[in-house]
Design a protein around this ligand. Structure first.
Ligand SMILES: Cc1cc2nc3c(=O)[nH]c(=O)nc-3n(C[C@H](O)[C@H](O)[C@H](O)COP(=O)(O)OP(=O)(O)OC[C@H]3O[C@@H](n4cnc5c(N)ncnc54)[C@H](O)[C@@H]3O)c2cc1C
Length: 202
């Protein structure tokens, strides 16, 4: 039987959609589309969602997974955005306290107090710090090097080669927390190198 949420079943799913009537069609399965679909369905609307790649393919896959207050935007004088995101964060803390916990910056400072090594850069040319790898495993359920490097280190900002340079240290840190042996660390690094080769960002 074809699985509904598998790309293999895409054609059949689209065909099934044409045979039904919907109240709302959402184009794009990033966080905005997914959130709209959920909200509309909860209000009793019949909702269809189409996604040209895969769910969370766009910027949603690159989020740093922080419900941040957007303080960094103050540098650009964008006070309105900072105010809005701080308000949103407060609402989320109230309606979904199980999802919004801690604060990355506080965790990183705590790691730094435990041992300043966590504040060191992952590599000479990568601004990410070692503590971010630990945070990704401990707080964000990162389970593979590809997951950390691609989703949490913003490779497209730092560049392919700089991230490959940082991969070994990141894999060793993940290994410490996830119990990887030498062979698994090597496998993770090789998988990541293949992945970068297949999806090179120019
Ligand atoms: C490096 C980085 C870090 C970030 N960190 C954070 C963070 O920590 N906290 C935070 O709150 N925000 C963060 N953001 C911002 C956040 O990720 C985006 O605001 C959010 O993901 C946007 O979601 P979206 O659903 O609007 O768009 P997207 O996630 O881009 O979704 C759009 C979807 O539409 C699909 N699509 C496009 N055209 C079509 C079409 N014609 N037909 C069908 N489908 C189509 C795309 O494939 C895509 O999946 C970060 C962004 C980046 C880049």
């Amino acid at each position: 039987m074809t699985q509904i949420f598998s790309p293999k079943g895409r054609i059949q799913t689209l065909e099934r959609m044409t045979a039904r009537e919907f109240d709302m069609l959402i184009i794009g399965g990033g966080i905005t589309g997914a959130g709209l679909a959920r909200d509309a369905a909860l209000r009793g609307l019949k909702v269809a969602l189409v996604e040209k790649e895969d769910f969370g393919f766009g910027t949603s896959s690159r989020s740093a997974k922080l419900v941040h207050g957007g303080v960094r935007y103050l540098v650009n004088g964008n006070v309105h955005m900072v105010k809005e995101s701080a308000r949103e964060r407060k609402i989320l803390k109230t309606i979904a306290p199980h999802l919004v916990h801690g604060s990355a910056i506080h965790d990183l400072i705590r790691y730094g107090h435990e041992d300043p090594i966590w504040l060191e850069n992952l590599s000479k040319n990568t601004p990410a710090i070692k503590g971010e790898v630990r945070l990704a495993v401990e707080e964000e359920m990162a389970q593979s090097l590809i997951d950390f490097m691609d989703r949490r280190s913003a490779r497209f900002l730092f560049g392919n080669d700089h991230c490959l340079e940082a991969a070994k240290t990141a894999a060793e840190i993940m290994g410490q927390f996830l119990g990887w042996d030498e062979a698994e660390i090597e496998r993770q690094i090789n998988d990541y190198a293949d992945h970068v080769e297949r999806h090179r960002i120019s």
